[in-house]
Design a protein. Structure first.
Length: 161
């Protein structure tokens, strides 16, 4: 599928609709999802189809009800920024419990240096797995993010909880 505003060769793209997302080519190096990006019925976001991805940015209030974000095996990924109140299943400041099966997987990204997650994002996720990101220099997690889940950072022989 081609989209008039997002040709397949575009190395950097801002996405406002699912159609625009699907139109992105595998050579894309940067993806920015607009504030409020949400598509009914989207059951997960797996960015493994972008082997050259260097940067992912998700705006605030995005991906409501999306139960999984998978960033696995992205050898060029250097930066992940998630806005506030994204990847939630409930509204309000913080949920009353986690929702089983909702998870963030951030694994095997050898160049990843920076992860920033805004307040209340992933608030009802039950798991956050960060593994084999040995170049990681900074991780910032906002208030009420991963409120009910365990947060584990694994790599090199140790585990940070």
């Amino acid at each position: 599928m081609n989209h008039a505003n997002l040709p397949r060769h575009n190395p950097s793209a801002t996405v406002s609709t699912l159609k625009q997302y699907y139109a992105l080519g595998s050579t894309t190096t940067q993806v920015v999802f607009d504030n409020g990006f949400s598509e009914p019925g989207l059951v997960g976001l797996d960015l493994s189809r972008f082997p050259n991805l260097q940067s992912l940015e998700v705006g605030s209030d995005a991906f409501f009800l999306v139960p999984e974000l998978s960033l696995v095996g992205l050898n060029e990924l250097e930066s992940v920024v998630i806005g506030e109140r994204s990847f939630k299943a409930v509204s309000g400041d913080h949920p009353t419990s986690s929702v089983p099966g909702r998870q963030l997987q951030l694994k095997d990204c050898p160049k990843l240096k920076t992860v920033r997650i805004g307040s209340q994002s992933f608030a009802d996720y039950s798991a956050c797995e960060i593994e084999n990101v040995n170049a990681l220099e900074m991780i910032v997690v906002g208030k009420y993010s991963f409120f009910w889940s365990s947060l584990e950072l694994r790599g090199g022989g140790g585990v940070l909880r």
